[in-house]
Design a protein around this ligand. Structure first.
Ligand SMILES: Nc1ncnc2c1ncn2[C@@H]1O[C@H](COP(=O)(O)OP(=O)(O)OP(=O)(O)O)[C@@H](O)[C@H]1O
Length: 302
């Protein structure tokens, strides 16, 4: 991959508000409830600059709610969530300018071409008009969609749709990329292709990545550190190897003589009381309509 992806350039105002050496993401005692449901219940989280950080947990653990708080889409009190030192309550626009977000819901429009979809995001994210065409072309190139850019997104395979959504998130050259289940509905080849694109871009820009996934293999292979969420809190935190070592130590202390080296699945079964596993029917390359079925559907996709 030869694409040189642009680095995020801070304005003077952004730089002034940023704490030197700040974490990419800091959440301190984050709470969020939907009525009586405590979706996030005292979450502490620190994601360092430049790492690929995996947020794992069973359905309903609070991962998406946490992401929505970080992306300023849910209201949080001042002083609780910071992104590169910017307060998500007081400096919403500064936070939004720093991040690219690929939500679970489809964000590509089937009726537009690939290029039009990315151009739309360039406008929404305020990429300067004179840079737009070049940045859209770079983003499409970075995800390997240049040749398909003139085709309608409705003709794309599931893997191509996800790469298109990645291009949409990348067109603003984010310092923090947030991916909510980026490879759901993809076969292993399409999955690897998405991660290779992300890895290429990170190598050029140092971009931080926060990802949620139900795939243990993805978490093990792609993430520098992981947090396991359960019932709105972080229950375990560390590199995949540290988490496995923690389970071995726990087995030793509790007299459990299981001689098998633990897998991440074992770690999560231990901390969350149940396994995570991949959602079943997604191990195939889907068409646009399949992706739509396997993910929550954005209302603007017909
Ligand atoms: N808009 C909402 N209204 C009411 N309850 C909600 C809403 N969004 C989330 N919840 C509830 O909050 C809790 C946490 O949900 P959340 O979507 O954050 O979990 P998650 O870990 O992302 O789950 P999944 O792996 O299924 O995506 C769940 O009990 C969920 O039902």
């Amino acid at each position: 991959m030869t694409t040189s992806f642009p680095h995020h350039v801070e304005t003077a105002g952004q730089a002034a508000g940023r704490t030197a050496g700040s974490a990419a993401i800091s959440c301190v005692d984050l709470h969020y409830a939907f009525g009586a449901t405590k979706a996030v219940d005292g979450l502490d989280l620190r994601v360092e600059q430049g790492e690929v950080f995996g947020l794992l947990g069973p359905n309903g653990a609070g991962k998406t709610t946490t992401i929505r708080a970080i992306t300023t889409l849910l209201p949080v009190p001042p002083g609780v969530v910071e992104v590169f030192g910017h307060d998500a309550a007081r400096q919403k626009m500064a936070v939004r300018r720093l991040l690219g977000y690929v939500p679970q819901q489809l964000s590509a429009d089937a009726g537009l071409t690939g290029r039009e979809n990315v151009a739309l995001f360039a406008r929404v994210f305020d990429v300067p008009r004179r840079e737009r065409a070049a940045r859209v072309a770079q983003a499409l190139d970075a995800v390997g969609l240049t040749d398909a850019a003139q085709r309608s997104a409705g003709t794309y395979s599931g893997g191509m749709v996800r790469r298109l959504e990645l291009a949409q998130a990348l067109v603003s050259a984010p310092r923090l990329l947030i991916l909510d289940e980026p490879t759901i509905g993809m076969d292993p080849i399409a999955r690897d292709s998405v991660w290779e694109r992300i890895s290429d871009i990170r190598a050029g820009t140092g971009m931080t990545v926060l990802v949620t996934t139900h795939s243990m293999e993805e978490a093990d292979q792609r993430c520098d550190r992981l947090a396991l969420m359960h019932r709105g809190r972080v229950r375990a935190l560390g590199t995949p190897e540290e988490l496995k070592a923690e389970l071995i130590a726990h087995r030793r202390e509790s007299g459990d003589a299981d001689p098998r080296p633990p897998s991440l699945e074992d770690v999560f079964r231990h901390f969350a009381g149940s396994g995570l596993g991949d959602p079943g029917p997604d191990e195939r390359r889907g068409e646009f309509s399949d992706v739509r079925r396997t993910r929550h559907t954005a209302s603007r996709v017909g």
